[in-house]
Ligand binder design. Structure first.
Ligand SMILES: Nc1ncnc2c1ncn2[C@@H]1O[C@H](COP(=O)(O)OP(=O)(O)OP(=O)(O)O)[C@@H](O)[C@H]1O
Ligand SMILES: [Mg+2]
Length: 240
């Protein structure tokens, strides 16, 4: 579904991503882990071309996104992204936040968009917040709304960039539970997360970045049972 080949990204003279290659198949849950500043967010942003790679290929559903004729708006419909800071529109109600993009981009008509929004709001037990504004919601509620907002577009893959790191610890669980439900329903996802127990629980594959280089890419089991000194040091650190 997604194949990244020899991806490099420089900011000025700094090499932030150094020759990254990996694949995501349908149904995979790829976790990207690594120390702060290792390039995780930059990598995610390159995947949907929010950041233009310096070189390398990103092949998504048969299309090379780094080529000039890639239809990036369409790609971004198929590749949902959930950010750390929710990015809901504060001047729109929950219902308007959910239905704006699918109606505007003609993915569905207003009636269907509202029906789908209601179905998703019920799924996350926030049906009663339909007419509320984001400012009246808790961080965990906002992030769950932001997640179902990406689901409205029926993406083929969802990218999460530390979806719980801006949350009060009490609200981390409800967001992780929702992501876990999506994982169990066979959604394809890439998740950048520091929640290492969560990663251990749900990831099918792990990519460990350090200073812009892939230090490890392989199965969950290989990663968590690795005898590699760097991986063990990293796991010891994040477990404390
Ligand atoms: N727009 C930019 N211009 C210049 N340097 C940048 C830019 N964006 C990121 N960087 C640099 O690239 C490196 C990787 O940053 P990135 O945000 O991808 O790391 P990260 O792994 O997501 O870190 P964190 O865990 O703290 O979120 C950092 O050294 C950062 O300063
Ligand atoms: Mg980051």
């Amino acid at each position: 579904m997604l194949s990244v080949k020899h991806l490099k990204k420089k900011f000025g003279k700094i090499n932030v991503l150094k020759d990254i290659s990996f694949d995501v198949e349908k149904g995979d849950i790829l976790a990207i882990v690594g120390p702060s500043g290792s390039g995780k967010s930059t990598l995610l942003r390159c995947l949907n071309m929010l950041e233009v790679p310096t070189s390398g290929k990103i092949i998504f559903e048969g299309v090379n996104l780094t080529s000039k004729d890639a239809n990036l708006p369409l790609v971004r419909e198929k590749m949902g992204m959930v950010f750390q800071q929710f990015n809901l529109f504060d001047h729109l109600t929950v219902m308007e936040n959910l239905t704006l993009a699918p109606i505007k981009l003609k993915v569905m008509g207003e009636g269907n968009a509202k029906r789908k929004a209601i179905e998703l709001l019920k799924m996350i037990d926030l049906y009663d917040k339909m007419d509320s504004y984001p400012s009246s919601l808790s961080g965990g509620q906002k992030q769950r709304i932001a997640i179902i907002r990406t689901l409205m577009m029926e993406p083929d893959i969802i990218l999460f960039d530390e979806p719980t790191s801006a949350l009060d610890p009490l609200m981390v669980g409800e967001v992780l539970d929702l992501i876990k439900r999506l994982a169990n329903s066979n959604k394809t996802m890439i998740i950048v997360s520091h929640e290492i127990n969560f990663v251990r629980n749900i990831a099918s594959k792990v990519l460990f970045l350090d200073e812009g280089k892939v230090q490890f890419y392989g199965s969950n089991k290989e990663f968590f049972t690795s005898k590699n000194k760097y991986i063990k040091e990293f796991l010891d650190k994040v477990n404390n």
